[in-house]
Design a protein around this ligand. Structure first.
Ligand code: SD4
Length: 332
């Protein structure tokens, strides 16, 4: 009875329009239903794509081009995250990303499909689309992960061109940082962070991708959670998929995205599973309040949900009803 009333209420709300990044976006609340167990709004439709932060909106549009034409989730997530990778105004992913403390832009990325295939690159320099290199590691090598020089050599062999990824804006920010050289992660940097994307295609298959320039002004050689299967991304086509953003060390210490998927396996909704993973971090890691961590999950039924430590994390959702940004709930 309650859920029926809530559904009708949502149906009546779903008429407003929003223009973001050049797309006329129909707010999709009319397609929502209420998940009684967690009192969160979720969707049950396919295909669907979800991704982290504001830059998820244009990324989702590229993914939607693939999904809406009957394409595969694995192709959708690769095409989707290439958008912020190429966008110099996104200073936490790919070209234009903040460098490490030596002034080098070093990139981490991974991708995973419905058959448990995965590919990953870490500490990759001078290549604009690390996600596509990760895809080729998955498709063309017997390995899961290539790093540093080896990843660069492989990329060049596959035809990728080396280019300077340090924009004037990122260089100026680094030079400003050098004045004090204080390593202090900024929570919700400009509200634009790592992109993690999850998609469920028309065939009912799940895939995910995650790509980042990592923590700004990190130590040279530092690798975060984003290229680590299980930490920054995990997909189990029987159950669901999860991705993460924020301070990667916390996700690595708890194998966060694998944890989220395992929680869904035990019957939790995507939002409940993300919340359980955030609570695990809070329980195990005493200094968690200084950092942001956000998890985003999508299950086999097309339901999605999110949870984070600090308020301010949002994510983009796109399906046949349109696109919208939603705010994640937080424990603080
Ligand atoms: C990392 N999780 O390298 C990534 C980047 C990020 O806030 O999301 N930073 O730790």
């Amino acid at each position: 009875m309650n859920s029926k009333r809530n559904f009708l209420k949502m149906a009546l709300q779903g008429t407003s329009l929003l223009t973001i990044g050049g797309f006329l976006t129909n707010l999709r609340a009319h397609s929502s239903v209420m998940d009684n167990s967690s009192a969160s709004i979720t969707n049950r439709t396919k295909p669907i794509v979800v991704s982290t932060w504001n830059h998820g909106l244009p990324a989702n549009q590229a993914a939607w081009q693939v999904l809406s034409n009957g394409g595969k989730a694995i192709d959708a997530v690769e095409q989707g995250v290439r958008v912020p990778e190429a966008d110099p105004s996104v200073m936490t992913v790919g070209y234009g990303g903040y460098p490490d403390r030596e002034g080098k832009v070093t990139l981490d990325a991974c991708i995973m499909d419905e058959n448990q295939n995965c590919g990953s690159v870490a500490f990759l320099q001078n290549i604009k689309h690390p996600i596509s290199v990760a895809r080729l590691v998955m498709d063309k090598t017997p390995h899961v992960m290539l790093v540093g020089e080896g990843a660069l050599e492989f990329a060049k062999y596959q035809g990728f061109k080396e280019e300077n990824l340090l924009t004037d804006k990122a260089k100026a920010a680094w030079q400003d940082w050098l004045k004090e050289s204080k390593y202090q992660p900024v929570i919700n940097i400009e509200n634009h962070d790592t992109i993690g994307m999850l998609a469920l295609d028309n065939n009912g298959d799940l895939s995910g991708a995650c790509t980042t320039s990592g923590a700004a002004f990190k130590m040279s050689g530092r690798v975060g959670d984003s290229p680590l299967i299980g930490a920054g991304l995990y997909v189990d086509n029987e159950i669901g998929a999860a991705t993460a953003t924020g301070m990667g060390e916390l996700m690595i210490k708890t194998v966060g995205c694998h944890l989220v998927v395992e929680m869904m396996r035990q019957g939790l909704s995507p939002e409940q599973a993300c919340k359980a993973a955030v609570e695990r971090i809070a329980k195990k890691l005493g200094d968690y309040k200084q950092f942001q961590v956000g998890f985003l999950a999508l299950n086999k039924a097309g339901e999605y949900g999110s949870y984070c430590i600090q308020s301010g994390f949002n994510y983009a959702v796109t399906d046949k009803f349109g696109s919208e940004l939603q705010d994640a709930k937080s424990i603080l």
